[in-house]
Design a protein around this ligand. Structure first.
Ligand SMILES: O=P(O)(O)OC[C@H]1O[C@@H](O)[C@H](O)[C@@H](O)[C@@H]1O
Length: 221
């Protein structure tokens, strides 16, 4: 890779697919089963984009055993997959953008807090896995977003220095993770509004991938 080149790191939920509503609804349904309460705002601000282990502590207000984390995570994600399956589709403009980046030999990775079961569901479901050189998921890191570990791991696996990486994110926790990794962050206004994203430190806010292409990405460097 030339020193002028960039790498593109994609968050999954809220970026590759515009599915925030279904994660919100499935979390609400899940917590209801255990007599807990959660509002959509609480979810968006305190849980969105974070690994389930952290979200579950927020929901149950106690520490959980590794076995509980696995069982609760799968229970919640099964609810989510059933809800979202009939609507599963790529975010607008994603496929042309991935093709454009591929044509221009941009290394690409996914950095997601999601469990492996959701990654197969999503990346294979919309047939985009082959675009990515590597996928870093929750099981491969010890500290979830907003810690930068997930994006630093992705950059390392691509062999690209962090300052040459551009992160695509929708969540506050993920934007923080990208910035703390020393990367440029482009925010998608899928989950939050442009106004809500205005002071996050993202260098650009787009509604979806129809607003960006390889040329625009390079020119903005
Ligand atoms: O945005 P990312 O990093 O792909 O995050 C995925 C996670 O995002 C959270 O918001 C969801 O509640 C989780 O269920 C999901 O696994």
């Amino acid at each position: 890779m030339s020193s002028h080149q960039i790498a593109a790191l994609f968050d999954m939920d809220g970026v590759i697919v515009d599915n925030h509503r279904y994660h919100t609804d499935s979390w609400l349904q899940f917590v209801g089963r255990y007599g807990r309460t959660l509002t959509p705002d609480q979810y968006a601000t305190n849980m969105n984009g974070r690994v389930a282990a952290d979200s579950l502590v927020y929901v149950f207000q106690r520490s959980l055993t590794p076995e509980e984390i696995v069982a609760y995570t799968e229970e919640k994600e099964e609810i989510y997959r059933e809800m979202y399956r009939p609507r599963l589709q790529p975010t607008l403009g994603l496929i042309p953008f991935l093709k454009d980046l591929k044509r221009n030999q941009v290394p690409m990775a996914v950095g997601t807090s999601a469990p492996v079961s959701n990654i197969s569901f999503t990346l294979d479901g919309i047939q985009v896995r082959s675009y990515f050189d590597t996928v870093v998921d929750a099981s491969m890191i010890s500290r979830g977003k907003p810690d930068p570990e997930i994006y630093l791991t992705a950059a390392k696996r691509l062999g690209v220095p962090p300052e040459q990486c551009v992160v695509f994110e929708d969540a506050f926790s993920g934007i923080d993770a990208g910035l703390r990794a020393g990367m440029r962050v482009i925010a998608l206004a899928t989950t939050h509004t442009r106004e809500e994203l205005a002071n996050t430190g993202a260098s650009l806010i787009i509604k979806d991938f129809r607003e960006i292409d390889y040329k625009g990405l390079i020119e903005r460097k």
